[in-house]
Design a protein around this ligand. Structure first.
Ligand SMILES: NC(=O)c1ccc[n+]([C@@H]2O[C@H](COP(=O)([O-])OP(=O)(O)OC[C@H]3O[C@@H](n4cnc5c(N)ncnc54)[C@H](O)[C@@H]3O)[C@@H](O)[C@H]2O)c1
Ligand SMILES: [Fe+2]
Length: 424
């Protein structure tokens, strides 16, 4: 007889798209798109990535496979609701059978939004997680989307997530649904060789944070059982399968991020970081990110003047910088939820051994050392924030319900305030 199911969640879910990985994978995209039965393809990219020549090279493989292909290079770095509207208007001028996204999270997330909004009526906010948006689930088929990451960072090529800066709300927010997951991820580490050091550093810290947040997220079976098992949230909490990917990603980041920042032409370090990003994306796309990402959305959304070296000349806090700004304080605070896991993460990242007597400082110190070595900004003051901004930042964090659902300790306003104050 099957035993009674207890009131907590007892099931976790895991999914990832098919993947092509390795030098040369880029040149197989034409054949891959042709295999979907598509005849017309829109390639989406940003101007900086277009300058590398990669999108035009991919277009050649599409033409050689007998497809009609056009490039849209108007993607905004850190896309906004306005930049998405422009991309959607461009895409609506013709019927596209498939999309290819080439770039970092900005290009891949824009392509996900374009795929959603050219196959469904409505606007992006209708699909954003409540309370910010309407939380609608896509109900119609979407087109094949092939994602080609050119940063070792977001893992967007394997996730269900699309992150957008809503300018009027001064807040970033996400849409998440399995239909947004790309149909194929093509990871070619050679695409990383042109990535500037500051982007390598910030996107590498994003990889680290994906792995670390998923690894320390609340366990899937410590959550309440869902009301409707057919509508489980995309972020299910840490689980044995995601743990495997996250541990491997942490080790690879610890061993290779410094080298990739120091010498961008080091193909071996680039390849290991591409693997780390893929592993972390595969892990966090299921387990979920928690507080550093929830904090990053208001930090990036409320930016005033800050400009980041290596990025386009405009006020922005790049995602990887926003995520890592509060990481040390967050992991000091989450330490009591599972000390062994935090110490193990510090060991994987540093190659050193830690014991309980090292306590919450072990992981916080390992993170700070790494960030110093790769030239990351040292606190929220670098972005122009002061303690007067903390209440607004906390308001933004407390709206990120998707991430807060997997924070490993109950978070209240005073705890969130403390974390921001310690991160100034
Ligand atoms: N969907 C998800 O799962 C997810 C997860 C985390 C973050 N994000 C989002 O992704 C975005 C950040 O993406 P990102 O960190 O990958 O960077 P990005 O796409 O914003 O690109 C950063 C900069 O690097 C340049 N660049 C990218 N690849 C290059 C290359 N190979 N050579 C030279 N220059 C290159 C771009 O032109 C741009 O100027 C943010 O909007 C963030 O919120 C999404
Ligand atoms: Fe991220």
């Amino acid at each position: 007889m099957v035993p009674e199911i207890h009131p907590n969640e007892s099931v976790f879910t895991w999914a990832a798209p098919p993947l092509k990985f390795g030098p040369g994978a880029l040149d197989e995209i034409g054949g891959e798109v042709a295999a979907t039965g598509a005849a017309t393809v829109l390639v989406l990219t940003d101007p900086g990535v277009r300058d590398t020549g990669i999108p035009d090279r991919v277009r050649e493989t599409l033409l050689a496979a007998g497809l009609k292909a056009e490039i849209y290079d108007g993607v905004a770095v850190e896309p906004t609701d306005e930049s998405i509207t422009e991309a959607v208007e461009f895409a609506r001028q013709r019927e596209w059978d498939a999309f290819v996204a080439i770039g970092g999270g900005s290009a891949m997330d824009t392509a996900k939004a374009v795929n959603l909004l050219t196959t469904h009526p409505g606007e992006l906010l209708d699909f954003v997680t409540p309370p910010i948006g309407g939380g609608k689930a896509p109900w119609l088929p979407v087109k094949p989307l092939i994602a080609v990451p050119t940063t070792a960072g977001t893992g967007s090529e394997s996730t269900t997530i699309c992150v957008i800066d809503f300018l009027g709300l001064h807040l970033k927010a996400g849409v998440s649904h399995p239909k947004l997951r790309p149909s194929l991820a093509v990871v070619d580490p050679r695409t990383l060789l042109t990535l500037p050091p500051q982007v390598t550093a910030a996107s590498g810290m994003d990889v680290l944070s994906h792995a670390l947040e998923s690894y320390t997220a609340i366990r899937y079976d410590a959550k309440a059982a869902p009301e409707d098992p057919m509508r489980r949230p995309a972020f299910c909490g840490s689980n044995p399968i995601s743990d495997v990917w996250c541990e491997m990603a942490l080790k690879l980041v610890g061993e290779n991020l410094r080298a990739a920042v120091c010498n961008g032409h080091d193909l071996a370090a680039r390849t290991q970081m591409a693997l780390a990003s893929t592993y972390a994306g595969t892990g966090f796309g299921n387990a979920g990110t928690h507080l550093p990402h929830a904090n990053a959305y208001p930090v990036a959304g409320a930016v005033k003047q800050y400009r980041a070296d290596g990025y386009p000349e405009m006020p922005m806090v790049p995602h990887g910088q926003a995520v890592s700004a509060t990481a040390a304080a967050v992991f000091r605070w989450t330490y009591p939820a599972d000390p062994a896991r935090h110490l193990r993460a510090a060991e994987l990242l540093s190659g050193r051994t830690f014991t309980r007597t090292d306590g919450a400082e072990a992981l916080a110190n390992v993170l700070t050392e790494l960030m110093t070595d790769i030239g990351m900004p040292s606190g929220l003051r670098s972005f122009g924030y002061t303690k007067d901004d903390v209440p607004e930042l906390v308001d933004g964090t407390l709206k990120q319900t998707r991430q807060l659902a997997v924070v490993p300790r109950p978070l209240d306003r005073p705890a969130a305030e403390q974390i921001f104050l310690q991160s100034l």
